[in-house]
Ligand binder design. Structure first.
Ligand code: GLU
Length: 480
């Protein structure tokens, strides 16, 4: 894990560094996507680091969920994910190196002393800042056998500027930044130290992450500078807000990626939606992954928070469903069957017949569906067991007269030699003319008898997909 020299910085190295405290939420997914795109666009490397130092809040299930979420989104990273926790020894080594080099000092302030400093600041109505007396004391004054933390000897004069690709130049007066603890008295490294050491060792050239880490960037810059390391380039991406401009709520989309999968979204659609949340390329709405890769740039990320809009995501998903091939749609639908909200009759797994029927009906189904869940649920008639359980409207439609009419139609179907949608349509058209009925007056009851519902894909397609035997059996069930 060595970092290329500045001159060698041709291909960027980026990373996604989630804290495994829950699932891969939608904001994290977008950060991962931006990083991935940036690497892909420039022949760079996209690395993954799991920030698992908070042992109490971190779980193996959450790590697995993050990896699954990234895999589902097809954001492939290079190499094994780096565990931040496993690198604690290296973080301690750097803290001690800083101490040796005079960029940090041993601080013996106790909790009581810190509490007192805080109380004084409050009483004087000034912001609390740690001003440790140990910063400038000679080593000879240090107490023996007393616990100490290692604090950064941060510059007190001047400014620290973050030249950010998204936020522009953001300047902090060094007076505002107090001496950060880098190693706690129990020997555990703090967050900002760990991030800097890991990013440096992983050779990260560009840090792309949420704007909530902007202040950390200033702190981290100080650590880089005191270590004499190259500071990476920064891009702090605005947060995703709800449709009302407020904090994104669960109802409005603050969900894990796995929830989007279970709602029947396609990864390509979610990628397209996420990239447009905060980044744009003219007025383009539909942007293929290849186009994203060739057009994406950090400077194109907007500064104001994006608003999450389910309707847009659905519309995009509908587009991607229509342009995805049938076999892939069936495979993706099968993969989520156990976890989705299934309508009546939909099994948790498909048998060969069910799969064949679903593939055959795909051309009609995919024209209308906005999600895979809608798609499979609108195909529930394929899986229904005879005799069909009729929905109320279908039941109404199938009164004595219409059942008698279907009874006259049935033998004509039985006599047909072909069973293609076109054969069936010709037969029904001839029949309705002879009966002096409008086509719909025949087709609607037919649909009700065959699907148990009054809405379905075109009825002749339905018959063709069900096959001669099943379709005839369903009709006989209703006319007998
Ligand atoms: N672990 C941090 C988070 O999940 C990200 C830190 C970083 O990207 O530097 O918010």
């Amino acid at each position: 894990m060595t970092k290329p020299s500045k001159a060698g910085r041709t291909a960027p190295v980026v990373r996604f560094a989630p804290s495994p405290t829950g699932f891969l939420h939608i904001g994290g997914a977008r950060t991962a996507l931006f990083n991935w795109l940036y690497a892909k666009a420039r022949g760079g490397r996209f690395l993954l680091r799991i920030e698992d130092t908070d042992r109490a809040r971190n779980s193996p299930e959450a790590v697995a969920a993050i990896l699954d979420g990234l895999k589902w989104l097809e954001l492939d990273w290079e190499g094994d994910p780096v565990s931040q926790y496993s690198r604690a020894e290296r973080h301690r080594e750097v803290a001690h190196a800083l101490l040796e080099a005079g960029g940090a000092y041993r601080c013996y302030l106790t909790q009581d002393e810190l509490a007192q400093m805080r109380a004084e600041a409050e009483a004087e109505k000034r912001p609390f800042q740690v001003r440790s007396p140990w910063r400038d004391k000679p080593a000879s004054d240090a107490p023996q056998d007393k616990p100490f933390a290692i604090r950064l000897k941060a510059p007190r004069e001047g400014e620290t500027t973050i030249a950010d690709h998204v936020q522009g130049d953001v300047t902090y007066s060094n007076k505002e930044l107090d001496d950060l603890i880098i190693l706690r008295s129990d020997g555990s490294p703090t967050y900002n130290l760990a991030v800097v050491v890991d990013d440096h060792d992983m050779g990260v050239t560009h840090v792309v992450r949420g704007v909530d880490h902007l202040t950390n960037a200033a702190r981290q810059t100080q650590i880089y500078q005191l270590m004499g390391w190259d500071v990476p380039e920064w891009a702090h991406v605005p947060l995703i807000h709800g449709p009302d401009g407020g904090k994104l709520s669960k109802r409005h989309g603050a969900l894990g990626v796995e929830a989007y999968r279970a709602m029947g979204y396609l990864p390509a659609a979610l990628r397209n939606y996420l990239v447009r949340l905060g980044w744009s390329h003219g007025d383009d709405e539909i942007i293929s992954t290849d186009q994203m890769i060739s057009w994406f740039d950090l400077d194109g990320i907007g500064k104001s928070p994006a608003r999450f809009d389910f309707a847009k995501l659905e519309a995009l998903n509908g587009h991607y469903i229509r342009s995805t091939d049938d076999a892939e749609l069936v495979a993706r639908t099968e993969a989520i069957l156990p976890e989705i909200e299934r309508g009546r009759d939909i099994p948790t797994s498909l048998d060969d017949l069910g799969r064949a029927r679903l593939i055959a009906s795909m051309p009609g189904l995919k024209e209308r569906a906005k999600t895979l869940v809608e798609l499979i649920n609108s195909a529930s008639y394929l899986f229904a067991q005879r005799p069909l359980n009729l929905q109320e409207k279908a039941e109404k439609l199938l009164d004595t007269d219409t059942r008698a009419m279907l009874g006259r139609l049935l033998p004509r179907f039985e006599a047909l030699s072909g069973w293609e949608a076109a054969d069936l349509e010709t037969e029904v058209r001839t029949f309705s003319e002879q009966e002096n009925l409008k086509l719909g007056k025949v087709a609607q009851p037919l649909r009700a008898a065959l699907t148990g519902s009054t809405v379905s894909p075109p009825v002749f397609d339905v018959m063709a997909v069900l096959g001669r035997e099943e379709a005839l059996a369903r009709l006989r069930d209703q006319v007998a």
